[in-house]
Design a protein. Structure first.
Length: 112
């Protein structure tokens, strides 16, 4: 049975691997990323793959990604949150806005 995957952080790393595996298994995929142009689009899967921008720290952007997935494929069967942010250095030296960005991306989005 074909499932529809909505994948955040699909431009690389674990999210990119989920895209590859889901497509190879014959599933529909909506691959999202803050940098959607960085998401590879294999020609052989263009009919089952859609790529969209998604800012996981913005609830309206998340709602839009879900709504577009449902409009395109009828449902979201699998949600993969693979987006992540990582700052380099000690927390004592990290600017406050960078700290909040990391927390929002890595901890807040899964709760939306």
């Amino acid at each position: 049975m074909t499932k529809t995957f909505l994948i955040a952080g699909a431009a690389g790393g674990p999210g990119g691997r989920v895209v590859t595996v889901a497509l190879a298994a014959g599933h529909n995929v909506v691959a999202t990323d803050l940098a959607p142009d960085a998401v590879p689009v294999p020609q052989e899967h263009r009919d089952r793959l859609r790529v969209r921008a998604l800012d996981v720290t913005d609830p309206a952007s998340a709602r839009d990604a879900v709504a577009c997935t449902v409009a395109e494929f009828g449902a979201v069967d699998v949600l993969a949150h693979s987006a992540g942010a990582r700052s380099v250095g000690s927390i004592e030296d990290m600017p406050e806005d960078e700290f909040h960005r990391d927390v929002n991306v890595n901890r807040r989005y899964p709760d939306l």
